[in-house]
Ligand binder design. Structure first.
Ligand code: FCB
Length: 449
């Protein structure tokens, strides 16, 4: 048995996202989002499922927050649904939408749970997609206004702000590979989306500073920092392409270093950059969030559009088919701390794991419990990495498990259960899984396994 220690002020949290948990899509004056539309396209989501009801968190948030408190969670990372705040994307602000998130934050306060709000976790108002979505520069002024409204109306209640969740998935799954909303398959649109997402992040931070708000603000990335599939020089080179295309196009501009030459020169891709854009993107931020689930090896592939391809790993996989590679988390944290050292004139930039977790086919057993042994093992392995890197001096300040609840897993619908709390979608009954009790012990200081 090993004992792990975490600093007393380590932030233990759980994460969700509006479209995945809220439901109530036609209530409270909410407008339509691209996920409402996408989910209705035949074949887009498993079994035609959608987020119409999801976990009904919109009505059951108080019950869910009480469960967080029982587990001992100190922070709740949720996302704000843009179509609840500004239903048409631009124009009229919806007071009911603001009231909902204020009530949610007030409920969190009752239990001393910090509110960590993400401005954008993928549910774009449909009218903005109709105007070109993230591929069109007009989105920037819309996002600026939306961000400002959120900061002004919720700034007194939110303890941590995240601008955008996983620009990689938005740009590449949504605009390049088409298996997420809005479902485009277009390289130019995807590259434009990359740039506009980077811009939107910077613009939101700039707006935030203008308002003089004090809570920390950052961004959440899902990064790849992969290992090569073989010892060949070609695979080593492929890793640099994967890093450039999947990671550096997001990290480097935000750190004031522009787009990587491997992408702009070697691969000859161009981003719709205008004068002053790089300055706008590279706003000093207070922390970086990373979502880490898995790591796959990379191999050279000249026939692939970007000269690299991800290969299956030898590691055991979760129900998503994602290989379990805790060592990849350690490598990524060390790499990121090194990359960001000295950025924005600061000695170090705090890092948060804003999502980590796994899906398994969890069921409620005859004893009324959910024995999710595999999830506990996954969490143990990744939390051991966290404790170890903190010992090494990596500025890792918190960990949010994905997810609080089983929820709508995008194109997989409800088939993939990531929660530490089981949700019976027929009855909306919540059952904390064994992993929730495991996490409760860890948070209470009994981190031993
Ligand atoms: C991440 C998303 C999150 C969830 C997990 C499993 O990419 O941010 O919403 O779907 O994957």
């Amino acid at each position: 048995m090993e004992k792990y220690t975490f600093p007393g002020d380590f932030v233990w949290g759980s994460a969700t996202a509006s479209y995945q948990v809220e439901g109530a899509i036609r209530e409270g004056g909410r407008g339509e989002s691209i996920w409402d539309t996408f989910a209705r396209k035949p074949g887009a989501v498993y079994a035609g499922e959608n987020g119409d009801v999801a976990c009904d968190h919109y009505h059951r948030y108080a019950e869910d927050i009480a469960l967080m408190a029982e587990i001992g969670l100190k922070s709740y990372r949720f996302s704000i649904a843009w179509p609840r705040i500004i239903p048409d994307g631009t124009g009229k602000v919806n007071p009911e939408g603001i009231a909902f998130y204020r009530k949610l934050c007030e409920e969190l306060r009752k239990y001393n749970i910090a509110a960590c709000a993400t401005l954008y976790h993928w549910d774009l108002p449909q009218p903005l997609e109709d105007a070109g979505g993230w591929a069109d520069r007009s989105i920037l002024s819309a996002f600026e206004t939306y961000a400002k409204v959120c900061f002004q109306e919720l700034g007194d209640m939110v303890d941590t702000w995240i601008t955008i969740n996983e620009p990689y998935c938005i740009a590449y799954h949504g605009y390049l590979r088409g298996f997420h909303a809005p479902g485009h398959r277009d390289t130019n649109k995807a590259l434009a989306a990359v740039h506009h997402l980077n811009m939107a992040h910077g613009i939101a931070v700039r707006e935030y500073r203008k308002l003089g708000l004090q809570a920390p603000i950052g961004i959440t990335w899902n990064l790849v920092t992969p290992r090569p599939a073989t010892a060949s020089a070609a695979d080593a080179k492929a890793v640099t392409y994967a890093m450039a295309f999947d990671t550096d196009v997001f990290t480097l501009p935000c750190l004031g270093r522009g787009y990587p030459e491997l992408v702009t020169k070697d691969l000859q891709y161009s981003f719709p950059v205008k004068d002053g854009d790089f300055e706008a993107i590279a706003q000093p931020i207070d922390f970086i969030g990373i979502n880490y689930y898995a790591e796959s090896p990379v191999a050279a592939d000249d026939s692939a559009p970007h000269k690299f391809t991800y290969k299956p790993s030898w590691h055991e996989v979760t129900a998503m088919g994602w290989p379990i590679v805790p060592g990849g988390l350690e490598r990524q944290l060390i790499w990121l701390a090194d990359l960001t050292k000295g950025a924005f004139g600061k000695a170090e930039i705090p890092i948060y794991i804003t999502e980590n977790g796994c899906a398994y086919n969890d069921e409620v057993s005859a004893d009324g419990k959910v024995h999710d042994r595999k999830r506990i093992e996954y969490l143990q392995q990744h939390l051991a990495v966290c404790a170890n890197v903190i010992q090494k001096g990596i500025p890792l300040k918190g960990y949010y498990v994905w997810s609080l609840l089983d929820n709508f897993e995008w194109s997989y619908g409800y088939t993939k259960r990531f929660g530490i709390i089981h949700v019976d979608y027929k009855t909306q009954k919540r059952t904390p899984k064994d992993s929730a009790y495991f996490l409760r012990d860890v948070i209470a200081g009994f981190a031993e396994w």
